[in-house]
Design a protein around this ligand. Structure first.
Ligand SMILES: *[C@@H]1O[C@H](CO)[C@@H](O)[C@H](O)[C@H]1NC(C)=O
Ligand SMILES: *[C@@H]1O[C@H](CO)[C@@H](O)[C@H](O)[C@H]1NC(C)=O
Ligand SMILES: *[C@@H]1O[C@H](CO)[C@@H](O)[C@H](O)[C@H]1NC(C)=O
Ligand SMILES: *[C@@H]1O[C@H](CO)[C@@H](O)[C@H](O)[C@H]1NC(C)=O
Ligand SMILES: *[C@@H]1O[C@H](CO)[C@@H](O)[C@H](O)[C@H]1NC(C)=O
Length: 364
């Protein structure tokens, strides 16, 4: 009889454990703060995403600092620490890692990744607002660069950021040529899709691509003009949607380009970087020059490997719309569900059946 109680106790334990699973999951991949969304929809297509993250840099006054000392030739290990405890704790650390201590010598100008090139700044045009600053500096021996890498590996996502490029003030309003801002997914050189801004390009032009993009793969890239006469030195919302077999790019909500060519097929990290390797694509930055990027927020609706495979699986769940919400970063409930906890109750039902099955078996 003792073993009977051991079995029942174990099953009850499993049962209570199972009921805690949803909380643990939502801790890892935060849900919209004001709602309990099960799936997220975005404008423009049907794919449903099971995860959502909004990294907001606009109200971080108590973390804002003045610009950290510029990287010098002596800082050639890239081991500078992160510039704020903000980067070491959730929500930021759930989603992002700032690369550092990495040297990429396979370039005309070696690139060294430093965490001192990411910091929270007060917006000089509105002191109640803050943003994330990304910085790249050309010193004599190398280019100090910065890269954020997403912790989750995404398999299909709608990725957005609001940013603008800032000059270093050494040439009036001129932004130093030779830097590249990249907002892209990457797993390998043939599994990559990009939004890239080249500071050697005209200030109205943005490059969109899936890789490989070349004359052998027509339709895998486009050079587009930012809508409404804006430049990349203005605040612009950039959006890259990656679906199974199709990519779509938007700027300020306007569809700019889409393609079915070279669309990535494997789980990939989202990267946000600012770099220059001195080769022809980026160009070479002049020694002593810097380029800055101001970032107000990064928003991602995404699936992980194995998620979002069947649109039927999401019927009866609470759906939220990423794009119709009145407040940026707070997806709006568009379809309620009474079966919200159905996954949990299914697990509980199965566990209960097993318990009662065992009781019945013991009684016989
Ligand atoms: C900054 O403010 C937030 C919320 O207002 C608070 O949670 C956080 O602990 C503060 N951080 C510092 C370094 O003061
Ligand atoms: C790095 O920065 C973090 C957060 O600001 C701080 O807690 C930590 O002590 C620093 N580490 C070193 C080695 O300075
Ligand atoms: C893709 O681009 C074509 C031509 O510009 C446009 O007609 C179509 O609506 C776009 N598709 C999506 C999903 O935006
Ligand atoms: C999804 O649902 C539709 C209609 O209810 C059905 O025809 C289809 O076979 C289902 N697909 C899957 C993969 O279950
Ligand atoms: C969803 O349910 C909540 C609580 O039951 C309710 O307040 C809300 O109005 C519902 N929303 C929709 C879109 O039906």
């Amino acid at each position: 009889m003792l073993s009977f109680f051991v079995v029942v106790f174990t099953l009850l334990h499993i049962q209570s454990h199972a009921s805690r699973l949803p909380e643990r999951r939502s801790h890892l991949y935060p849900r919209a703060p004001s709602s309990n969304c099960d799936v997220y929809v975005v404008s423009g297509q049907d794919t449903k995403f099971e995860n959502y993250a909004f990294t907001d840099f606009r109200s971080l006054s108590n973390y804002s600092i003045s610009e950290p000392p510029s990287v010098t030739d002596a800082d050639n290990q890239g081991e500078e620490n992160i510039t704020s405890p903000y980067f070491a704790q959730p929500p930021f650390s759930d989603q992002w890692t700032i690369r550092r201590g990495i040297r990429n010598a396979e370039s005309d100008v070696p690139m060294i990744y430093s965490a001192s090139n990411a910091y929270i700044s007060k917006d000089p045009s509105d002191s109640s607002q803050t943003y994330l600053t990304l910085r790249t500096t050309r010193v004599q021996d190398f280019q100090s660069v910065v890269q954020l890498v997403s912790n989750p590996k995404l398999l299909h996502a709608s990725m957005r950021t609001r940013m603008k490029i800032l000059p270093d003030g050494k040439d009036g309003d001129g932004v130093a040529k030779g830097a590249v801002v990249g907002f892209f997914t990457y797993e390998a050189d043939t599994q990559e899709t990009d939004i890239e801004i080249l500071t050697q390009d005209p200030s109205t032009t943005v490059e969109l691509s899936t890789q490989p993009a070349s004359s052998d793969t027509p339709g895998a890239d486009a050079s587009v003009k930012i809508p409404n006469g804006k430049k990349w030195t203005d605040w612009v919302d950039y959006r890259l949607d990656w679906f199974a077999g199709k990519n779509v790019w938007y700027m300020d909500g306007e569809m700019m380009y889409n393609t079915t060519k070279s669309v990535p097929t494997v789980p990939s990290n989202l990267m946000f970087n600012l770099w220059s390797n001195g080769q022809s694509f980026s160009g070479k930055m002049r020694v002593g020059r810097e380029v800055y990027v101001a970032v107000q927020w990064i928003e991602i609706a995404y699936n992980l490997d194995g998620q979002g495979q069947s649109s039927n699986g999401t019927s009866g769940q609470t759906q939220c719309s990423v794009d119709s919400g009145k407040t940026k970063g707070s997806p709006e409930v568009i379809k309620n569900s009474s079966a919200k906890r159905s996954a949990v109750s299914r697990v509980l039902k199965i566990a209960n059946s097993i318990v009662f099955g065992l009781i019945a078996w013991y009684c016989i």
